[in-house]
Ligand binder design. Structure first.
Ligand code: FAD
Length: 262
């Protein structure tokens, strides 16, 4: 309820010194965790305490032999520029974020805010769902991102993402009316342990994974199968029928880009 307010109001601001402090503060319903505030600032809510995680060193991407740990305060720009993550994902992470608004925006929009929102239009959720990714929450612990995407928002805090390094083929393609607009359709495909799957986001519903059966082998058939097995909706950017048609093509192109042998 905005109660006649024309903009977001914040009464108190706390830069926390531990995640536990943030978690305790965030239990109260009208307190809120702040990431880059790009989404939050558009609300007209009255916030009790804005909880700032920026003092906790969670703005780093740490690569080890087995995984990437991506802190919740990592910016979309850091994702775009990280050499190891983009080498591992064959540029998919960069491709997923490069058209989100502009560089200045991506310098401050965070991974935590992007994943917590589980936005239907999300390029960020779509690309991470195509990899072996886990959302690490302070209270609930490590949750596979494909499960997290289906869960309702609660008061837990995303501490970081973990992307486990698996032998992978992966590619990301989105369709937009114009650069920097929300996507009409977001598409990530990957092959892990010999299994191909396609993740379709901005349907305009949130991203959903389709596992492609092994007997479907050509990129064209894989595109058709994926498009047949998710539901599409209509909004101002495109109709459900249009989305279904471009899903067929984007999945096919992404499978080829990921390097499927013919
Ligand atoms: C104009 C505009 C265009 C956009 N276009 C695209 C697009 O094309 N593609 C795309 O993928 N995205 C797009 N986005 C979304 C954007 O990329 C970010 O995902 C979004 O702004 C949220 O990130 P933030 O850091 O600003 O989060 P905030 O606005 O600060 O927070 C968003 C929500 O997440 C919560 N939150 C933040 N961090 C945490 C945490 N660590 N744990 C728990 N909860 C947390 C907040 O409490 C809040 O509810 C767009 C956003 C805007 C405003």
């Amino acid at each position: 309820m905005s109660g006649g307010r024309t903009m977001l109001q914040i009464k108190n601001y706390v830069k926390v010194t531990s995640i536990e402090e943030a978690y305790e503060l965030n239990k109260k319903k009208n307190n809120v965790i702040i990431g880059g505030m790009h989404w939050l600032k558009m609300s007209k809510a009255s916030v009790g305490t804005a909880i700032d995680l920026s003092g906790l060193g969670l703005d780093q991407i740490v690569e080890t032999d087995d995984q990437f740990e991506i802190g919740c305060m990592v910016s979309l720009r850091q994702l775009e520029l990280h050499e190891g993550l983009n080498a591992y994902s064959a540029g998919s992470v960069k491709n997923a974020v490069k058209d989100i608004v502009g560089v200045q925006f991506r310098n401050t929009a965070t991974v935590g805010g992007s994943i917590f929102g589980r936005y239907g239009f999300s390029d960020v959720l779509t690309v991470f769902m195509a990899m072996d990714t886990y959302v690490v929450c302070h209270n609930a612990g490590e949750i596979p991102i494909r499960e997290y995407a289906k869960m309702k928002a609660d008061r837990d805090i995303i501490v970081k993402l973990i992307v486990k390094k698996q032998p992978i083929k992966v590619a990301y393609i989105a369709q937009r009316h114009a650069k920097t607009d929300f996507p009409i359709l977001a598409c990530a495909v990957s092959c892990m342990n010999g299994v191909w799957s396609a993740v379709l986001g901005a349907r305009p519903l949130k991203a959903q994974e389709v596992v492609i059966p092994n007997e479907i082998t050509t990129p064209e058939e894989m595109g058709k199968y994926a498009a047949e097995h998710v539901e599409f909706g209509t909004n101002m950017r495109g109709s459900a029928d249009y989305r279904k048609q471009i899903a067929t093509v984007l999945v096919k192109r992404a499978v080829l880009a990921a390097g499927k042998e013919q």
